[in-house]
Design a protein around this ligand. Sequence first.
Ligand code: RFL
Ligand code: PHB
Length: 400
Amino acid sequence: MPGTATAPDETTVGIIGGGPAGLLLARLLHRAGIDCVVLEGRDRAYVEQRQRAGILEQGTTDVLRACGAGERLDREGLVHDGIELRYDRRAHRLDFPSLTDGRRVTVYAQTEVVKDLIALQLAAGPPLLFEARAQAVTGADTDRPRIHYTHDGRERTLACRYVAGCDGFHGVARQAIPQSARRTYTRTYPYSWLGVLADAPPSQDELVYAHSPRGFALLSMRTPAVSRLYLQVPNGTDPDDWPDDRIWDELAARTALDTAPWKLARGPLTAKAVLPLRSAVTEPMRWGRVLLAGDAAHIVPPTGAKGLNLAVADVTVLARALTQWHRTGSTKPLDAYSATCLRRVWRAEHFSHFMTTTLHTAPDQSDFDTRLQLSQLDRIAGSWHAAAELAENYTGLPLS
Ligand code: RFL
Ligand code: PHB
């Protein structure tokens, strides 16, 4: 049976999208006593299995814990105190707690965050409708915006006081902002990632970000028995051109070290996909009574591990603003929502762009460009200040 609830006609906050942004917002609003409905276009299995992010900032884990979604995260999440940078066949470790005010990150897959939030919501939370696809939002500049959606083969309308567009990069909520009032800033990159999941224990304790003349590689993990691995590949790459052995050989070549013995543990690959890299920011993030959050408003290339964390930061700010409005009638924090979020968004955009362009090799890259990258990496390895700048951004700026 599609969906898990009957379809209501009205609510206080209509949330489009049951990814991390929409689900967490629903949880935060529910705890503040604000009623809401989540409309998710896909089915539950699809949403719970979509392979995405793996790194949670400390601020993100704090928010998840505070809203009651931290139990399994605390049991199964892998707390990491640093990352390793590899370049020039050498390794340099960045120790986050000593480079920041004690901050760490947690490896806990987005699939698991989503499963935890769905379970909470289905147990006690506001309605969550699967296979409920929003077609359009009308009346954004009135006090009763409406979401037009299809569910169970029927066309329906949800009247709201506010609409939260948490429907990701390809969603419809953004279009509620008139084209003349909206601007999207974008950057595409001349390379993609080939991402794989492997039934192989991680060969290293922490994540490895590797710069090499053959291109970028990233060694990450999901559990003590499952590795998540990425290779820079040309745009338009067909994953079928990459049989498993070729992937393992290339990962080994790009992460090879002269300074220490190093062997990559291999195992069967269970998923394989090519992902384009893009940066985009839509401004403003609010129009009338429609508020955008997460990938609906901005995306980053995954090199900085920021996308999910930004989505969590947005909805934390949004839930506070809606709570204030609900309790006091004041719209001041809602009026400030876009500007408040965009300050953090642009910082994360800058950091993600910096990590991406420092670590990847562009198809037209000159030797001069490569020397600049290596000089930058040396600077990070040799200067506490340069390393601290990276560590502060990676572990996440405090939510203010
Ligand atoms: P999502 O997750 O895309 O969820 C949007 C939801 O909206 C639904 N939807 C609709 N529902 C109803 N009606 C419509 N018309 C709809 N249109 C869409 C969709 O089905 C979906 O369920 O956006 P959200 O919630 O904003 O969350 C954002 C994150 O998913 C994303 O930023 C991260 O995954 C990015 N990211 C990473 N972020 C990190 O913080 N750390 C990482 O380590 C990290 N690694 C990654 C990543 C993204 C990756 N890919 C695939 C781009 C690694 C990768 C490979
Ligand atoms: C992941 O584990 O999927 C991951 C980790 C770090 C990144 C991107 C993706 O920068």
